[in-house]
Design a protein around this ligand. Sequence first.
Ligand code: BG6
Length: 492
Amino acid sequence: MRRAVAGSPTAPPADLFVVLGATGDLMERKLIPALYAISAGTAGETRRLRILGSSRRPWKDEEFRDYAIDALVSGKCAPPAAARTWAEATVGFQSTPEDLSEGLGPLAQRIAEEEARYRLSGNRVLYLALPAVAFPPTIRAIGEAGLSKGPGWTRFVIEKPFGRDLASAEELNALIHRWFDETAVYRIDHYLGKETVQNLLVFRFANMLFESVWNRDRIRHVEITVAEDLGLENRATYYDQAGALRDMVQSHLAQLLTLTAMEVPTNLEADQVRNEKVKVLRSLEPVRPEDVVFGQYAAGTVGGTRVPSYREEPGVKPHSSTETFVALRLKVNSWRWHGIPFYLRTGKRLPMKLTEILVRFREPPVWFFGDKGPKELTANSLSITIQPDEGFALGIEIKRPGHAIRLETHQLHFRYAEAFGPLTDGYQTLILDILRGDQTLFVRADEVEESWRVFAPVLQDPPKPRPYEAGSWGPKESDALLAADGQEWTER
Ligand code: BG6
């Protein structure tokens, strides 16, 4: 039987997808499964691809193919025979020098050879699946090897973190722009690949019901929670330097905030949407120390298992003051939101995995229903669950059957799993968008910089992290932050 190879003369030419850092965790867990789904045709849309992995390992094609096959089989993405057929037809590997100052000449040469041998389209994706320290030398080496321009389009993909603060983000952007126009740059914040995050735009702008109450007149406050039950997962080297504010708030929580608070864009073109997101960030003052609480987990019990404190995790400095929890209050100074607090919190070793946007509406101005005043009997709330039980629930007051007027809060639910079955991984969406040239779900240079402008100043003199027991919802100071406004975190 004839195998479908990337350069088969009867098929349209394939694009080349080059991954630098192709022997790391991201490639194994996310990119190989997504690339397989897209190019083997198990995703909704099929794209013809030739995949070239590259890293410092002195591997040959066969070793990398075996690695890709293992990733697919152990991740239950493909049966062994299908994984092998795909890898042999689609995947190659080029080793790069230990010392990048020797340049990426061999990679550039291999790319040209692949394009000639498989009669590829000349379109290239250059994907950096590397730790942040490797970004600057790799970007320079890519540029100097002449790889920023190819025979067709060239798209440059980079994963967070985009800098550690405003200055380093500006520097990184300037370096990228030395070689690539912003229209060719795809900065990945994987939260934007999640169906439920994209659905925020549909939810808000396709449902007049919600859009008409989405403002300071009807909303009392908004809570954004990104809770993880996991701890460090062997990432101490990175995490102990980064902390929760850099790791989660500046990126993922900022994305959820901007999509929740943005104005209606003129249309859904990438730059229209991104302009509106940037405007939200521009309307935020840099975070003030009194609006932030940092926490660090002490030993405790999560999901019935005893877990050590953060400082006892392998690789963490014994006196580390890195925050594993952040709670903060933000005021979006826009016409729509003036005076309405947005409370954000994220942490490791919290009781559960939960990403949720909770909108608390105002109480009725007059209460007719007995002693229970609006304070105790909650006002309407809308909780949008980004993960894991994707969907939303609208809490409304109902009269309990019976002679007396007694009220109860009940939830109107929508669950993705019930309507559509399991959702696909966000990386498939993001990679397809890169191949299509749609930048809507990617973070623009000015968006990164504005976000650092808001969040980084607090790191200049960071608050002391307050201890919290693993398995709790963070330090008590996090509750006090809201209590000071007469509010409280919605109980789970
Ligand atoms: C990553 C962070 O960006 O997001 C991790 O570096 C975090 O620390 C992860 O665990 C959370 O992603 P998700 O998709 O599991 O919510």
